[in-house]
Design a protein around this ligand. Structure first.
Ligand code: GLN
Length: 486
């Protein structure tokens, strides 16, 4: 049952083959058993989970259940969750109990979903390996010595190890897609503005976007139906007609034009990832698609542009953690300035401090024009590359990451090597486009590879369908790590 998709679990709940309490218990037991080795969860509250499950069971019995009523879900610890500790992976919020729910938490509650727990993440979502978490690194279920990717590494590991049927994540530069690729699961970063950011602790507001992480594209589509929608409390939330994200799952692919960016298949891509991406493209050709070479000429600038803009926004967003309003406060200090300094020196980890310093620098007088403004201009060019590309193809495909999961500690001393993990994902955030990662193979060490799908604005349903067709023809998404079968 741990490998079942959401629609199957949902029909079992509807026909009373299982109750939500039983299903929740099953996953809580797995978490008890496997969290010591994965460290995927930071906070659990079994009583609250079981209470929500009991309520879902009543709703199921009353006959007013929604499609995902009774389904357990793990939430990245970046989403404020009323009454639950919400840490964002930081000492700064080690003991912070959120006083309200993020919009997507409300949406999941209204759908009758059961919160299983809050998942581990890189501190303030800054990282690609989950090693910057104050609550310790997360292990990749496929190989405990390997990282699960980041920053949504806890959610990715939880789904990959089948400790949760589905999870939420957030993606500022790749944090849904990169960990999905490294753990062999499916993840979708929606178009910017489709999912409300209300109550999602801000990292870089113009890039942050929440989305689903699941075993399959079909499950991502079902969760998108819950997460997406207009919310007046987020000024960048888009007011659009609601759509059913499952509606194109069965659409055949004949005639689909897949664009392959030359820049994504160049130096820096590992042979093994290249091979499994090629095999996936062959599968798409068998399904009736054709491939065309395209170019994203400015994409090589996406990492430098991101590491100006994201830290700039982060330095502003993180100024709120000052020891006054909420979160950590240094125990001993001389005066107000000293309290600010000590609080921030003690409350933030090294990577967060590095970003705050870079951000403060690029926004400062004299450097703003040279760095921040230049980066904004290149951001526009990167977005235009995609607009141009989508005149030649319906969807863009390529690798999600340059390599498969690396070992813990392998890149911790070299931030730039770590930043390169997102070389294929970041341009998508800069342009505000939707992107997905789906599993497409295993390397010689049995570590997963991911195929990235990038669509035009608001093409999520189409992307999910294109991914689903591949998953109907292959079984990579059904594979799970041996150590977690029991
Ligand atoms: N790895 C990137 C970073 O460290 C992206 C993180 C994210 O998407 N939240 O900033």
């Amino acid at each position: 049952m741990i490998n079942y998709g959401l629609s199957r679990l949902s029909s079992m709940l509807a026909s009373r083959q299982i109750s939500s309490v039983e299903l929740t218990q099953l996953f809580l037991e797995r978490i008890q058993r496997y969290n010591p080795s994965t460290n995927a969860f930071i906070t659990l509250n079994e009583a609250a989970s079981l209470e929500a499950a009991a309520q879902a069971d009543m709703r199921l019995a009353d006959g007013n259940a929604a499609p995902l009523t009774g389904i357990p879900i793990a939430h990245k610890d970046i989403f404020c969750t009323e009454g639950w500790r919400t840490t964002c992976g930081s000492k700064m919020l080690e003991n912070f109990i959120a006083p309200y729910d993020a919009h997507i938490i409300t949406q999941c509650k209204q759908a009758g979903m059961v919160n299983l727990g809050k998942t581990n993440m890189d501190e303030f979502a800054m990282g690609s390996s989950n090693e910057t978490s104050y609550f310790g690194a997360v292990s990749n279920p496929w190989d405990l010595a390997a990282v699960p990717g980041g920053s949504s590494g806890g959610s990715a590991a939880a789904v990959a190890a089948r400790l949760a049927p589905v999870a939420t994540g957030s993606d500022t530069g790749g944090s849904i897609r990169q960990p999905a690729a490294l753990t062999g699961i499916t993840g979708l970063k929606p178009t910017y503005g489709v999912v409300s950011r209300y109550g999602m602790i801000a990292f870089a507001s113009s890039l942050d976007q929440a989305g689903p992480m699941a075993k399959s594209a079909e499950d991502c589509a079902l969760l998108m139906n819950v997460l997406a929608g207009f919310d007046a409390r987020d000024s960048t939330s888009l007011e659009r007609q609601t759509e059913d994200y499952t509606r194109l799952l069965d659409q055949p692919l004949a005639g689909l034009k897949i664009g392959l960016p030359r820049e994504f298949f160049a130096a820096g891509l590992s042979d093994e990832v290249a091979r499994s991406v090629e095999a996936a493209l062959d599968e798409y050709r068998k399904l009736g698609a054709q491939t065309v070479e395209i170019s994203l000429p400015n994409s090589s600038l996406s990492i430098p542009v991101y590491y100006v803009l994201a830290p700039a926004e982060a330095s502003t967003n993180l100024s709120r953690f000052d020891g006054v309003r909420y979160g950590y406060r240094a125990p001993n200090y001389d005066d107000l300035d000293d309290m600010y300094e000590k609080t921030r020196a003690q409350g933030f980890g090294a990577e967060v401090k590095r970003r705050i310093m870079i951000g403060t620098y690029v926004l400062s007088h004299g450097y703003y024009d040279a760095y921040y403004l230049q980066a904004q201009k290149i951001r526009r060019l990167i977005a235009q590359d995609f607009t141009q590309a989508f005149t030649q193809c319906d969807v863009i495909m390529g690798p999600t990451t340059p390599d498969t999961a690396f070992n813990r500690g392998e890149k911790t001393d070299d931030p730039v090597a770590m930043y390169l993990s997102d070389i294929y994902t970041i341009a998508v955030n800069l342009a505000g486009l939707p992107g997905m990662s789906i599993p497409c193979g295993l390397d010689h060490r049995n570590r997963p590879t991911g195929l990235q799908l990038i669509g035009n604005y608001f093409s999520e349903a189409h992307l999910l369908g294109i991914a689903h067709q591949f998953q109907q023809a292959t079984d990579w998404h059904e594979r799970m790590p041996d150590a977690f079968r029991g």
